[in-house]
Design a binder for this molecule. Structure first.
Ligand SMILES: Cc1ncc(COP(=O)(O)O)c(C=O)c1O
Length: 463
């Protein structure tokens, strides 16, 4: 194959230059400037179309510019965009009620936030306020956000915590070994291991905590840390572990709800209801509306303590809540969880075909319409190959697919409205991109300062 190059117009290049001069942001190469989106595709300022393989930042289950959501946005924009958080509005109430109706175990009260990081910090405040204890225990390879308290419980490697030492909360114990069967932390094999990683983790908690554990925080599937899908026993046993320690279980569904894994909430796969669940991204319709849900009992007990219920300038704003409410209504009405399970199985089979054809695709992991390619130097050693991952990301972008690859983990999380024909088309383009990458293309591009490879220099990629 010959080397292939992007062909940007002078106007596009000008936008790229202006972005570099005016916006301090994390950018991958080339810094394409996008201007519109419809369904599963986005278009740049030249009008060139790309598949949006990650639904924005995993935030658009219905894809771009869904007509029913757009109509609601237009209507509410003319009524009320923002209001004082000292009062409420019908859209915030309807959104909270709808979210509550999807949840079990009395999880009915929503404390709105703007970001997922904030939502997790609210969850941590709730656990500390409820138990009167202080330690927050998290899972190694978990990600819970970038503000300082949640950065402390985030352990996905790279440069993101470099230099932050004293700014991170001291009473955190990143003590739980990941249930990562592909690269088992205790070197055993499931199911014979009986989930030994968790038993070993509890031993670690004895040594790493003050034994005053307020909360255990986890993603039901650890996405940024490597799409680690735990064995089915793991989450129920995590809940038992939390109970033994008198701690609350906080589940971070940011990457997973709604419906992406084949259930509305990913924790439903093992019927393990948490004490607190946090949401964002896909639940937010691309607006900044995230939140923390808990029970009446916990909400009443923590009210007035540790700044709870938490508030700020924007949480629960009308426009964001109206868009999120409409989006979730459609996800439920159109049974997108079932669609995700069905199309996810098709996607999975096709991606496994790539794994079988290419030595650099070590493993395919995920559930439903959230799958990930683990890029390795070779299947036997399973050595992560982030440079090859970055090469594949670049080449698939050339093929018209915009995708996220952080370190050696390439994510496939398209809008849930994707069709089987589109899946076929995307996997074909990925195949071409992998072949091109294995041949050493591109020959003359240095990605090292514009991708997750730059993490070794202390920068961080958004995840
Ligand atoms: C699992 C998980 N939790 C929390 C967050 C933080 O969300 P936000 O970027 O909205 O603060 C992220 C962001 O990628 C995430 O992946």
């Amino acid at each position: 194959m010959t080397d292939k190059a992007f062909d940007f117009s002078a106007t596009h290049k000008d936008w790229m230059d202006r972005d570099g001069r005016a916006v301090l942001g994390w950018r991958y190469h080339p810094k394409i400037i996008f201007r519109s989106g419809r369904g599963t595709k986005i278009a740049d300022v030249d009008g060139k179309e790309y598949y949006d393989l990650n639904s924005g930042m995993m935030s658009l289950p219905l894809g771009h510019s869904h007509p029913e959501v757009t109509e609601v946005i237009r209507e509410v924009a003319g009524l009320m965009v923002h209001e004082s958080s000292w009062y409420s509005n019908p859209w915030a109430i309807e959104l909270a009620e709808l979210i509550g109706s999807t949840l079990p175990a009395g999880l009915k009260l929503v404390n709105f936030a703007v970001t997922g990081s904030e939502a997790n910090e609210i969850g941590m405040r709730m656990a500390i306020a409820k138990t009167g204890k202080f330690d927050i225990v998290s899972v190694i390879r978990g990600l819970h956000g970038g503000s300082l308290a949640v950065e402390a419980v985030t352990t996905v490697g790279g440069g993101r915590r470099k230099g932050l030492g004293p700014l991170m909360m001291p009473a955190r114990a990143n003590a739980i070994l990941p249930p990562f069967c592909y690269r088992c932390p205790v070197n055993l094999a499931y199911p014979g291991c009986d989930v030994k990683c968790l038993k070993t983790s509890e031993d670690l908690m004895e040594y790493l905590t003050t034994k005053e554990v307020a909360g255990v925080i986890a993603e039901p599937i650890l996405v940024p840390g490597g799409m680690i899908v735990p064995p089915k026993e793991w989450l129920p046993r995590m809940k038992e572990l939390a109970r033994r320690w008198g701690a609350l279980l906080i589940l971070d569904e940011m990457q997973l709800a709604p419906a992406r894994t084949g259930k509305f909430w990913a924790f439903e796969h093992t019927d393990t209801a948490p004490d607190i669940v946090t949401f964002g991204k896909g639940m937010s319709a691309g607006f900044a509306v995230c939140g923390t849900v808990t029970t009446r009992e916990i909400a009443d007990e923590v009210a007035g303590k540790l700044g709870l219920p938490w508030s700020g300038t924007y949480p629960g704003d009308p426009l964001a809540c109206a868009a999120a409410h409409k989006t979730i209504q459609i996800v439920l009405r159109d049974r997108l969880a079932e669609r995700s399970e069905k199309l996810g199985a098709i996607l999975r089979r096709k991606l496994e075909g790539l794994r079988d054809r290419h030595e650099c695709v070590g493993d395919i992991r995920g559930m439903g319409l959230y799958q990930m390619l683990d890029i390795v130097t070779d299947k036997k050693s399973k050595t992560p190959d982030p440079a090859m991952g970055e090469r594949i990301r670049y080449n698939v972008l050339l093929e018209g697919v915009a995708a996220i690859c952080v370190k050696n983990f390439m994510r496939v999380s398209p809008p849930l409205i994707i069709t089987e024909a589109e899946i076929d088309d995307i996997v074909g383009r990925l195949d071409t991109a992998i072949r091109r990458s294995l041949e050493g293309h591109p020959k003359d591009v240095d990605f090292s300062s514009s991708s997750s490879l730059a993490e070794s220099k202390g920068r961080r990629a958004a995840e």
